[in-house]
Write a protein that binds this ligand. Structure first.
Ligand code: SAM
Length: 255
């Protein structure tokens, strides 16, 4: 049986050719964007929603997750021109959505969920994330559950919302998510990370938490038009950092 050490070596060997700025290993980007020079050569098959390591990573990351949004902790030194301004735009977009019964799938800490108007329910597989999200939803609910098999009735909601989840999904999980979203609500709003220069459009990223633990996460970056096309909808936000799109049951099915 391979041990943790060999698993870690196998993981790191998947990033041969990566830059070696720190610790003599592949580029250390603390749970952030992919290093532009990160060139995976023997990646494991892409997986996110069903990946046990990914689940463990987000559960461990819950307490420090919002550092990414607010530019604290490991992100305090990160240069992200226009980030705060665009985050304010994104927040406005979320709070500007019409009041509705909304299910936020993979809600994380509820950082965006709390801005949804109407009755909001957040679902996430991490109990640590759900506890934080619930503390932010005095009039809503946060529950532990699987994004690809939410235990709620057909059309229980007016809208499915999801942020920084869809863009992590490889094709089979993407299809499963879109089918589940369509089953649950007639409207889907997806927020994700914008494609930009200097990031690999897709691949396994190496993430490091504040405790020094190392993880890997599969992620894509999307243009607004690509996101809209993939979900069979239209663009809501086309930013430097964030993109968003909306699809409705009345629109064409995703390709
Ligand atoms: C990048 S975070 C996004 C959190 C939040 N939506 C946001 O935008 O801040 C991805 C989230 O997906 C959750 N997640 C991953 N796989 C999941 C699954 N199968 N079911 C439910 N949640 C899942 C993780 O626990 C994590 O909270």
């Amino acid at each position: 049986m391979p041990g943790a050490g060999s698993e870690r070596r196998a993981l790191l060997s998947g990033f041969a050719g990566a830059c070696r700025r720190r610790r003599g290993l592949a580029c250390v980007q603390p749970h952030g964007e992919a290093c532009a020079r990160l060139r995976p050569v023997s990646d494991p098959a892409p997986s996110f929603a069903g990946d046990r390591g990914t689940a463990r990573y987000y559960d461990m990351r819950a307490a420090e997750y919002d550092d990414w949004y607010v530019g604290a902790g490991a992100f305090a030194e990160r240069e992200r021109p226009g980030w705060q301004r665009e985050l304010a735009r994104l927040t406005e977009l979320v709070s500007g959505l019409a009041p509705a019964r909304t299910l936020d799938i993979a809600c994380g800490t509820g950082f965006l969920t709390r801005h949804l108007r109407g009755f909001a329910v957040g679902v996430d597989q991490s109990s640590a994330m759900v506890a934080i999200a619930q503390s932010r939803l005095p009039h809503g609910l946060a529950v532990v559950g699987d994004a690809l098999a939410v235990g709620m009735a057909d059309l229980a909601f007016d809208r499915v919302f999801t942020a920084h989840f869809y863009g992590h999904l490889p094709p089979p999980e993407r299809s499963a998510f879109l089918a589940e979203a369509r089953r649950l609500a007639p409207q889907l709003v997806v927020v994700d990370s914008a494609m930009r220069a200097g990031v690999a459009p897709e691949g396994w990223q190496r993430r490091v938490l504040d405790d020094g633990s190392e993880h890997r996460v599969y992620k894509r970056y999307l243009s607004a038009s690509q996101l809209a096309q993939e979900i069979g909808g239209s663009v809501l936000l086309d930013g430097d950092w964030f993109v968003a799109a909306e699809a409705t049951a009345a629109g064409p099915p995703p390709p």
